[in-house]
Design a protein around this ligand. Structure first.
Ligand code: NAD
Length: 339
């Protein structure tokens, strides 16, 4: 069974999901949409992928350009089984009526509201509940990171309570017009930040409160977690619990990876495309146990952590496999997660 996948919105997330789809044996990339024939459109077209204009109005800008448009978004959707909407936050919702009218399954991203999509997805946490769904959203990068570690701790020890502080990157590397440049911004100033309630969309039983700050960096987010668990666990127990999940990767400050910059240098050294780290990073030395109270510090590569989740969401919605482990394994092997 081969699923034809469309990507609407070929930016930071869209280009990475497109590359991941191209690596799957059970999926084909039907095409991607672009608002204009810029260098990103030219590069993906040169790889033999069909490029479509996002609307009939935008089609005109492709005429006479280096990029041939194969039609519009609607044409692409008619040749696809599922669309991964990677348009900017809140824009995805405006496409929902079109996707529904064409009867195509749709995956939205974390910038969209849970209620709009109706289901919030994380492969480790709720793959089976997503089987056959017509719509869902893959939760944001921060929420994906929180879900991965909290789910691992909950399965191993039972989680009673989570309190977390999120230090968020101010902008992605290519976002030249965003900040902050010289400030630490409580973002939001109110508590909780939206991340805690968002985790509860995926893990409804978890008592979690989050606060967040934005800082002038583009590489990664960092979270400091304080977790109360139901039974005592040592630091080794926590390492063992995380070790069961290839999408959680342990880094060691003692080995010289003591910052987000050094994590990114590591991903470049192992030849990851675009220096992507699909895994959640956890610093070994930050794991501290006080019996039933744990601390840990984790880092999230915001541009790529949701990519494997999108691939598993496609498999669940298309019912390619009903077994989460089978899907996760196929995705991880195709990308090189754990290597
Ligand atoms: P982006 O701005 O990098 O990419 C969006 C793409 O959509 C751009 O190519 C843009 O030209 C295109 N676009 C704009 N308007 C469009 C329209 N009307 N129709 C079709 N395409 C349109 O955004 P992104 O960072 O990739 O974010 C996409 C989604 O993923 C958002 O919901 C965001 O919240 C979520 N997300 C982003 C990150 C991140 O750190 N960048 C992490 C996780 C989730």
């Amino acid at each position: 069974m081969t699923i034809r996948v469309a990507i609407n919105g070929y930016g930071t997330i869209g280009k990475r999901v497109a590359d991941a789809v191209l690596k799957q044996k059970d999926m084909t990339l039907a095409g991607v949409t672009k608002t204009k024939p810029n260098y990103e459109a030219r590069l993906i077209a040169a790889r033999g992928v069909k490029v479509y204009a996002t609307s009939p109005e935008k089609l005109a800008s492709f005429e006479g350009s280096a990029v041939k448009a194969s039609g519009t978004l609607e044409d692409l959707l008619k040749e696809s089984d599922i669309v991964v909407d990677c348009t900017p936050g809140k824009v995805g919702a405006s496409y929902k009526p079109l996707y529904q009218s064409l009867g195509i399954k749709a995956i939205f991203q974390g910038g969209e509201k849970h209620d709009m999509a109706g289901f919030s997805f994380n492969a480790y946490c709720n793959y089976r509940e997503a089987l056959g769904l017509d719509m869902l959203r893959v939760v944001s990068c921060n929420t994906t990171g929180l879900c991965r570690s909290i789910n691992a701790l909950d399965k191993a020890f039972g989680v009673k309570k989570v309190r977390a502080v999120l230090v968020r990157r101010g902008a992605d590397p290519a976002e030249v017009s965003k900040g902050p440049i010289n400030s630490i911004v409580p973002d939001p100033a109110t508590i909780p930040s939206h991340h805690g309630p968002d985790v509860q969309r995926v893990l409804p039983k978890i008592d979690i409160t989050t606060s967040a700050l934005a800082v002038p960096t583009t590489l990664m987010h960092v979270h400091v977690l304080n977790v109360e668990i139901n039974r005592e666990a040592t630091e080794q127990d926590v390492m063992g619990a995380f070790g069961r999940y290839p999408r959680i990767r342990i880094f060691s400050a003692a080995e010289g990876i003591a910052s987000t910059a050094e994590i990114i240098e590591f991903t470049r050294d192992i030849g990851r495309p675009r220096y992507d780290l699909w895994e959640l990073a956890v610093w070994k030395e930050s794991i501290k146990s006080f019996g039933r109270e744990l601390y840990l510090t984790q880092a999230v590569h915001q541009e790529s952590i949701v990519v494997p989740e999108n691939i598993d969401a496609i498999r669940a919605m298309a019912r390619i496999t009903e077994d989460p482990d089978e899907s996760i394994k196929a995705t991880d092997e195709s990308l090189g997660i754990g290597r």
